[in-house]
Design a protein around this ligand. Structure first.
Ligand SMILES: O=C[C@H](O)[C@H](O)[C@H](O)COP(=O)(O)O
Length: 230
């Protein structure tokens, strides 16, 4: 990925990232998101650290951990913290309630744990991620492989259709050694209810619906940052 944005979308991601890092204070524990938008936040955090900011990061994926380490950000394991002050992460979709679909990169399990530990979860996005209703982006569902067919049938009962995510001709394997079904539920009328129903299915490690976990969404629109709160 380029350090400097080469198109409008990436510029908007950088604009949102620059606004989001303003919420980080000295000595904070900072959750570091995953994906092409969170990437810009990690670059900004690294720059601040280079200029003297003292923070420790908690990564949401192996990829983010290596990127952050390579940029000189000191990391903590999520098991070693009781809370995280601020997390900056991306999303695949968000609505006005600040509910999200995440997991386009398959990182949503660790992202959800980090979000749950976080006092201020800030989502950064480009303008195209805002939707009236969640669900055009399929809901990533991370599944322990031996429960795959059971979960597939349970998803069908809930009205969700979907296939195992593939990469280079083989099932995509997450950082937690699981597989993902990208489940299509159509436009989602009640994200909280669907989230609860998915939580009940044994064999699902985590799904990509994030309900009531977000404090703020910052969107880059051109060179401006728009902030959404509840
Ligand atoms: O699993 C990936 C994460 O949930 C990402 O934050 C999400 O997919 C958004 O990614 P991007 O910023 O690349 O659109």
């Amino acid at each position: 990925m380029d350090k400097e944005p080469t198109n409008t979308k990436d510029l908007e991601k950088q604009v949102a990232a620059r606004e989001a890092v303003k919420y980080i204070r000295d000595n904070d524990i900072v959750g570091l998101g995953t994906g092409s938008t969170a990437y810009y936040a990690i670059l900004e955090v690294a720059e601040l650290v280079k200029n003297g900011l003292k923070i420790k990061g908690v990564p949401t994926s192996e990829h983010t951990a290596s990127l952050a380490t390579s940029l000189g950000i000191e990391l903590l394991d999520m098991n070693s913290v009781e809370y995280i002050d601020v997390t900056i992460d991306g999303a695949d979709e968000f609505d006005v309630q600040l509910n999200l679909i995440k997991g386009g990169g398959g990182a949503h399990f660790r992202e959800k744990i980090v979000a749950s530990l976080t006092k201020k979860e800030i989502i950064i996005a480009d303008a195209a991620k805002k939707v009236d209703k969640l669900g055009k982006f399929k809901v990533p569902v991370e599944i322990v492989p031996l429960a795959l067919n059971y979960v597939k049938r349970a998803l069908t009962k809930l009205g969700g259709t979907g296939e195992v995510r593939m990469k280079d001709g083989s099932p995509f394997i997450t950082d937690n050694h699981n597989v993902i079904i990208d489940a299509d539920f159509g436009l989602i009328e009640d994200a909280a209810k669907l989230s609860e129903s998915l939580n009940q299915i044994e064999g699902i490690l985590a799904h990509g619906l994030f309900v009531n976990l977000t404090a703020m969404v910052i969107v880059g629109k051109g060179t401006e940052a728009l902030t959404y709160t509840k």
